[in-house]
Design a protein around this ligand. Sequence first.
Ligand code: PLP
Length: 359
Amino acid sequence: MKKNYFLGAAANYSRKQRLLHTFSIGKQSDIDDLKDFLAKKYDGKAMITKNGRSALTLALRANLPKGSRVIVNGFTCCAVVEAVRAAEMEPVFADINKKTLNFDTETLKNLDGDGIIVQNTLGNMVDIESIERWAEKNNAVIIEDLAHCAGASYADGREAGTVGAATALSFGKDKSIDTISGGAVIFRTKIPKFSDPRMRPRLSDHLRERFYPMFGAMSRGLTRIHLGGAFMKFLVLIRFVQRSADNKLETNRKISKFEAKLALRQLQDLEEGPIRNYFLVKDRTELLKKLREAGYYFEGFWYEKPVSPARYYEKVEFPEENCPVAVEVAEKIINVPTFYTEEQLQPALKIINKYVEKD
Ligand SMILES: *Cc1c(COP(=O)(O)O)cnc(C)c1O
């Protein structure tokens, strides 16, 4: 298992860091500093956004006309599809390679698009040179989505985010940069005249984002007596916690200043690319039951459906017949949660091992 396993800085806070998160004070200059840092790092014009999906929407709008067809990884988060549709474009789903969970030139065959979103699923990098050749031949614009891979590099040594026409980052829960919410876009080839988001964060969102690490820690404490899941559900019900998928796409809404400060800190400390560990297993339902019995909370897969979460899947109208591998993987994948230490995980990994699909 890779050591620097994904992710979720906020999920791995110490008690002191949790307090710092909850009570840290941000300034406008924190947003400006983050912007300058990203502009330099990714060599373009940066804009800080409310979340990753808003950033992706702006990246698409800057580079493609309305009505464009945009190739999307067939195994992804609803945020990506939402962004394509918010930009008034059409998502075209490409099936994935079971080994990488990414599309490749084989699965892109017979597809055409005006744009392509490269996602580097769970930190697995695409073969970027072949994707670039494909894009050139098809006259498609490459947009990089760094939600899973900030800091990672492609096989040829170039860092993710320095290749495409534009780059979108998410600072959402469990992402490779995690401040609970936030995002950024870097425009590289086409520099639009969009102005920075102007609306202030909603107070309700702001408070939820401040207190989430506390609630997360309480819920994990309760996992030991099998109540963690129920506690989280209750917090969602009374709206003290918002599920990541429900984070609204708003291109004109600002990030909370304290989150900009935390994001900059995490970006400055970025180590080599993260990876979110996963296994493809047989009898996932039975395995989860075993894990629950052993006191582990392993719910929340990336991804439980080819486009997740399940409650939005119908709306996406995903073409299952074109993406059989994505459908299969969604039934078999299990992710290692981001909040257990290596040591805590050992007994769980033993259980999982018995279920891992051998190919
Ligand atoms: C989570 C995610 C995003 C964006 O997420 P936000 O919640 O809008 O910040 C984008 N792409 C992928 C692949 C993701 O998993």
